[in-house]
Design a protein around this ligand. Structure first.
Ligand SMILES: O=C(O)CNC(=O)[C@H](CS)NC(=O)CCC(=O)C(=O)O
Length: 290
């Protein structure tokens, strides 16, 4: 058995503050025995859309990534963290411009090992473009370039880990593909809205855990983000392969940076999979594409 921690915090437009909160969570969770620590989507900053391109390319943002890598190395733990990632070459930068000529970025989850090395950069595949009556209109693709590939699961101290992000949660096909490729845990760093989170968040997380018979690690942004109209749902949690919520962060205001932890029991996971062998029962003859 090994402990995993998921974080809940409220990122602001001040990158250095968000780094300090994240480093403190990494240190405290590792002191309490966690071997892998999961931070939310957009932990580096949440700011008005007009500021996203410049903040993404700022020295502060480079320092953010270096600071998380150092904290992982010093604590000797693995860290997953959601960031805004600039395209790496000037050609990619040109391709990244939106219709208005604005520079876009990737919504990226970094997976960092206990030595501070960045092993994976998962770029969010499904972007949150919605227009819901009652005032929820968000066009993530205005500021974000969609990723183009699912990464194979990565072997970590808490098990074989599949990387996904936030809105990807609504699409079962990548989670099923990752499970077929051997994932035992799925991670969804998120910044769900209050409107959709109240209705769908826990149900979707538990559904993904139940149908893939995997742990689901869901770090989350929480609360009203300064300078924006956005408020995040929080409810960061860990769900086990049977679908039980085995850890959840507090929903008490004022929101403080926090984390919750659960034991990852891979033996119980394998038993669950043996007792109800969904993967031997799938109708690949009828649904070959997964
Ligand atoms: O890049 C950033 O600044 C942070 N990213 C986000 O907050 C993203 C895109 S706007 N949020 C979601 O995907 C929410 C999904 C959601 O709420 C749902 O599926 O219901």
């Amino acid at each position: 058995m090994v402990l995993a921690a998921v974080a809940q915090l409220k990122s602001t437009g001040v990158i250095a503050d968000n780094l300090a909160a994240s480093v403190s969570i990494i240190r405290n969770a590792s002191l309490r025995g966690a071997k892998a620590i999961f931070l939310p989507e957009a932990t580096d900053f949440i700011a008005p859309t007009a500021n996203v391109a410049a903040l993404t390319r700022s020295d502060d943002n480079r320092r953010f990534v270096e600071g998380i890598r150092s904290a992982a190395r010093e604590a000797g733990v693995w860290v997953s963290v959601g960031i805004h990632e600039a395209p790496s070459s000037s050609q990619d930068e040109r391709d990244a411009k939106d219709n208005g000529g604005r520079l876009r970025c990737y919504n990226t989850q970094l997976l960092i090992d206990h030595q501070g090395e960045i092993l994976d950069r998962y770029r969010k595949l499904h972007l949150f473009d919605v227009d819901i009556k009652g005032g929820l209109k968000i066009l993530e693709s205005d500021s974000t370039i969609p990723g183009s590939e699912l990464l194979p699961p990565r072997s970590t101290p808490v098990g074989s880990l599949g990387l996904l992000t936030c809105y990807d949660l609504r699409f079962p096909e990548p989670s099923l593909r990752l499970r077929r490729q051997g994932a035992q845990l799925l991670t969804y760093p998120s910044a769900f809205t209050v409107r959709t989170g109240a209705a769908h968040w826990e149900t979707l997380l538990r559904a993904r855990a139940i149908e893939t018979q995997s742990y689901v690690l869901a770090a989350a942004q929480v609360g009203a983000h300064d300078g924006t109209k956005r408020t995040s749902w929080g409810h960061a949690m860990i769900v086990d392969p049977w679908g039980s919520v085995v850890a959840q962060c507090p929903d008490i205001q004022p929101y403080k940076p926090t984390f919750c932890m659960a034991d990852i029991d891979l033996e119980a996971l394998e038993n669950t999979r043996k007792e109800m062998p969904l993967w031997e029962q799938r109708r690949g003859d009828v649904f070959p594409q997964i």
